[in-house]
Design a protein. Sequence first.
Length: 340
Amino acid sequence: MNDSISSDLLLAEYCLQQFRSMTGLEGAISSSPTADASITLQFPQASITYDAEVKPRIDRIAMLERLKASHPTGNMLLVTRYLSPELTSHSRRLGLQFIDGAGNAYVNNQDGVFLFISGQKASMELPAQPEQSSITPAGLRIIFAFLAKPALLNAPYREIALAAKVSLGLIGPMLSQLAARGFLGVDGAGKRGLLHRRQLTVEWAAGYLGQLRPRLRKQRFAVANPEALSELAAGPGLTWSGESAAARMTDYLRPEIFTLYADMRAPMVAAMAAKLRMRPDPAGKLEIIERFWNPDTLEIGHLAPPELVYADLLAVPDTRNQQTANLILDEVIDHAESAR
């Protein structure tokens, strides 16, 4: 996944926030292998999942007509920064469903769902499109270290590099890139701090799922007694993420997949394998992923940071997981930023 796709998800998340504010209805976003994003809108009578076409700028009727012609029968949702009243009306005439960053929307589904909002003015708070840049897997490691332990923003570069397991020369450029993108500020005492944490989380998660997570060693296991996994929740050297961590953070879902970050060669993992009688199984309930940070410098504990939990929830295209991911954004990450 390249940086432009990360930008798509950032814009789509903002548009979903506006959709929720206007309608009171929930929406969830995740990455998609076949479209710019996958978006699920939750209505009282139906839950509808769309392939989303994210277009930052739509200013001509011809652009709408080309989009409709390229998706004549598909379940497509246009996501854009702003549609004028003329363009919203034309979209409706075309049968082109959309949401925008001002709160305008058109949804017309065979399940009996109909929604049309037009005339909302473009918000001045709409985030600017990020500059084109390449956030490499190493850059994603650095951003994760800052999200997990914001105090590292003011630590020596060598300590940051150790925590993120990257070369020392990458730290300065990444700090400069975050500052240029508006994600890093400096207070009156010269201390660095993260800004727009929610937007940074959405963009980091998109990059993590597309670039870093696929490169990590991972394996699925079947276990004789999945319930016994809860006994190991606080085991040393084990960090739980995904559904199992989200269940503890939100008390909202019952985990089906248990995602664990660990050093696969650690004695604790071998002891766990013996105790639970684990056996390799591509459909197993236990997923062990190679830990990509340095636990000696970046002490995380037995529950992953909410940003990683959010990303791992989106790795599974399930409506319940997407709803829980939104809860983590709203109740955990937003709360942490407002409490700063």
